[in-house]
Design a protein around this ligand. Structure first.
Ligand SMILES: Nc1ncnc2c1ncn2[C@@H]1O[C@H](COP(=O)(O)OP(=O)(O)OP(=O)(O)O)[C@@H](O)[C@H]1O
Ligand SMILES: [Mg+2]
Length: 380
């Protein structure tokens, strides 16, 4: 009979250590040291039991006894290293002091460390913690690496088209220089400028995400009058909306209180929300930006009558590089970074964002921005 019952229940974010030993006393000693120190523990009393337990739930670290009947620790380790799913789980061998050859063999099989019996609890804990931290750092690096790959993929994909367009125009201008009238030159350079603007947007969005993530773009919370900032950005979009015959409305409650926010963050948040509303709305619709007073916040709404966002898409929309069902209706660029930037900035300024959307009817993004002073009324 294999023993695979967890000794202790553990929270999801806490590390799970699997202890494998055929001697029940060892399982008990190690298990209680680890669980008393906040680790989740599961145990197995044989090699096969260990493989079964790992197949069910991969632990963060395995403490593996070498000498066991039927299948010894070396064989368990060898099998774990053969499979992609378990290859990266660190194995620490449990060994008697004298077994130097065993230690060497363990390392050759891919173990990261060994602990000698009898166990010294401080040593055990120190080694487990060290290897857990290595695992976490590796995971972070792997995640970062994946993100960089994604970044490169997107950048290569989204820069290639505009670059080849500019190349094409430049070549045409150089081959047929004689036939280029001032009007044609004007047209070609406007085309280049528009294409470059798209590339600049991509690059600056990517830089924004990186900067925000690395904390370079620190937000500074100050009391600000939001209505003029909002009006300014809305007016910036007039021309783009007009091109698609979209009417852009701006309304606000009279005498809005000051909000506590970062002006640059507000501009970026609103810029992205209005840009999306205009980008994904069909021609001839309207987009409304509203500022409303609430007891402890100013509520900013950006409402469109576009395609709406499905529940499924709503779950993904704040992720990076989320290009979802809705497509731009006027040939605009789409990178899938805008809302991920919005989400980070909203968190940074301690505001809240939510969305209300009905498919085929439209979407409203709602940002609640805290007031600069919530006890204004109490002071009257
Ligand atoms: N108002 C909206 N109505 C319908 N769909 C939307 C709306 N806003 C965003 N979406 C969907 O969510 C996706 C993610 O939006 P996000 O702003 O993050 O990226 P994007 O607009 O594609 O690119 P950019 O990085 O240039 O903002 C969009 O691709 C679109 O499918
Ligand atoms: Mg966008």
């Amino acid at each position: 009979m294999h023993l695979e019952t967890p000794l202790d229940s553990h929270a999801a974010d806490e590390a799970l250590i699997l202890i494998v030993d055929d001697i029940a006393r060892n399982l008990q000693v190690l298990g209680s040291i680890l669980s008393e120190n906040g680790f989740g523990v599961s145990v197995a009393s044989s090699g096969q039991g260990a493989l079964d337990a790992i197949a069910e739930q991969a632990p963060d670290i395995i403490l593996l006894d070498i000498q066991m009947p039927d299948m010894d620790g070396f064989e368990v380790c060898r099998r774990l290293k053969l499979q992609a799913a378990t290859r990266d789980v660190p194995v620490i061998f449990l060994t008697a002091r004298t077994e130097t050859e065993d230690i060497v063999r363990g390392f050759e099989l891919g173990a990261v460390d060994y602990i000698t019996k009898p166990f010294i609890s401080q040593e055990l804990l120190a080694r487990v913690r060290t290897h857990l931290s290595v695992v976490r750092q590796n995971k972070r690096l792997a995640d970062l690496n994946k993100e960089k790959d994604e970044f490169l993929g997107i950048a290569a994909h989204d820069l290639r088209n505009p670059l080849s367009k500019i190349q094409f125009i430049a070549e045409k201008m150089s081959y047929k220089a004689d036939s280029f009238t001032p009007d044609l030159i004007k047209e070609a350079s406007a085309d280049i400028a528009h294409t470059v603007a798209g590339m600049m947007e991509l690059v600056s969005n990517l830089l924004d995400v990186n900067a925000i993530e690395q904390g370079h773009l620190r937000t500074e919370l100050n009391p600000i009058e939001i209505e003029h900032i909002v009006e300014h950005i809305v007016r910036d979009y007039d021309a783009r909306a007009a091109k698609k015959k979209i009417t852009l409305h701006y309304t606000h409650d009279p005498a809005l209180p000051l909000v506590l926010a970062d002006e640059v963050a507000i501009v970026q948040i609103l810029d992205n929300l209005i840009s999306n509303a205009v980008k994904y709305s069909p021609f001839n619709k309207s987009v409304t930006v509203r500022l409303l007073t609430e007891t402890d916040a100013v509520r900013l709404e950006v409402e469109d009558a576009g395609p709406g966002i499905s529940d499924d898409d709503q779950k993904k929309m704040f992720r990076k590089f989320a290009r979802l069902s809705a497509q731009p209706t006027g040939g605009e660029h789409t990178i899938g970074l805008g809302l991920s930037i919005v989400k980070k900035l909203v968190e940074d300024i301690k505001a809240e964002i939510s969305v209300r959307s009905v498919l085929g009817k439209g979407t409203t993004f709602i940002v609640r921005i805290p007031l600069a002073s919530t006890d204004v009324t109490a002071a009257e």
